[in-house]
Design a protein around this ligand. Sequence first.
Ligand SMILES: NC(=O)c1ccc[n+]([C@@H]2O[C@H](COP(=O)([O-])OP(=O)(O)OC[C@H]3O[C@@H](n4cnc5c(N)ncnc54)[C@H](OP(=O)(O)O)[C@@H]3O)[C@@H](O)[C@H]2O)c1
Length: 185
Amino acid sequence: MELDLSSMASVRRFAADFAAKGLPLNILVNNAGVMATPFSLSEDGIEMQFATNHVGHFLLTHLLLETMKKTARESNVEGRIVNVSSAAHKFTYQEGIRFDKINDETEYGSIGAYGQSKLANILHANELARRFKEEGVNITANSLHPGGIITNLLRHHSIIDGKYTSQIFNAPDFLKERLDSCFLL
Ligand SMILES: NC(=O)c1ccc[n+]([C@@H]2O[C@H](COP(=O)([O-])OP(=O)(O)OC[C@H]3O[C@@H](n4cnc5c(N)ncnc54)[C@H](OP(=O)(O)O)[C@@H]3O)[C@@H](O)[C@H]2O)c1
């Protein structure tokens, strides 16, 4: 089934099509993501990394939640929601999530924006878990860092495409540590 997480209309269409199938839903892994993209806005006018990595998954989860709750109730099998976050949540902007500047190009940093979206994945899972506990819902919500793996995710990353390689080797140790950890993104 087609799904573009950067588009709220696409997420809504997907959720409606899924609901129409009348299938149960026990596991939701919010894995898709983009990283360190040049600044752009989604069709909804939201910064692209925040739109894809967080808002899309947030809306999708919200729209699938009643089906997940029903499945957990009727099957008596614990449901699971897993948000694939990243250790890079630590490289979010200094303020954490810039709620009032998410779509502001003038202060955009591609790594900061990625970190911000990954921090949002964690907070989303934490809040879902809190609500499930409070409401006695038989679903768990967790987030994770999958480890550092060379995948297509790094296609926008200039360290990997070689632009900054020489600077890394000549960089002072504290900076090397920070750059090294970029490979964990
Ligand atoms: N690789 C790492 O070292 C690493 C480290 C920490 C965290 N992570 C996290 O792990 C997750 C998976 O990353 P990966 O390394 O497997 O990256 P990847 O190989 O680039 O895979 C990302 C997947 O997300 C999909 N995707 C991107 N934009 C989408 C959109 N708008 N709508 C629907 N699907 C979309 C891509 O689909 P298409 O192929 O169709 O574009 C692709 O299947 C991400 O959340 C990432 O932040 C990865």
